[in-house]
Design a protein around this ligand. Structure first.
Ligand code: HEC
Length: 120
């Protein structure tokens, strides 16, 4: 029954701004989930994004990063993530997050970054 309620209420949820978790999940599913999931330890084509905010770039031991990502010397925060998903080449030149063209929509990026930040 709750699934039905959820379906019925989704148009309203979609029209709200970035803080809405359902909209964030949806945006993440559209743009990232082919290659990433949020579950700790579960790496797919890309590394899992569990607690990515506050994590050092390229630091999961079970994932085979590009040397560019491994050597990127910073910790992911909301601003870095926003720039990375807008234009990965500018943040980590030589990364292997491909094929991924960047996400031009500020609104979509804001929703996704809020969603990632919630997985703490
Ligand atoms: C086509 C597959 C693909 C898509 C789509 C994709 N990624 Fe990635 N992502 C990767 C791969 C592969 C890497 C590893 C990059 C490297 O090692 O250079 C990566 C790395 C990352 C990292 C660095 C993680 C770490 O541990 O340092 C973040 C953050 C990230 N992706 C976020 C996203 C987000 C957010 C989206 C959606 C907007 C997204 N990615 C879409 C494949 C993808």
């Amino acid at each position: 029954m709750s699934a039905v309620i959820c379906l019925l209420s989704s148009p309203a949820a979609l029209s709200q701004q970035g803080s809405d978790p359902a909209a964030g999940q949806q945006a993440f599913n559209n743009a990232c989930r082919t290659c990433h999931i949020m579950r700790e330890g579960d790496n797919r084509l890309g590394p899992n994004l569990h607690k990515v905010v506050g994590r050092k770039a390229g630091s999961l031991s079970g994932y085979n990063y590009s040397s560019a990502m491994k050597e990127a010397d910073f910790v992911w925060d909301e601003a870095k993530l926003d720039r990375f998903i807008a234009s990965p080449d500018e943040v980590v030149p030589g990364h292997k997050m491909k094929p991924y063209g960047g996400l031009a929509s500020k609104e979509e990026r804001t929703k996704i970054v809020a969603f990632l930040a919630q997985s703490q």
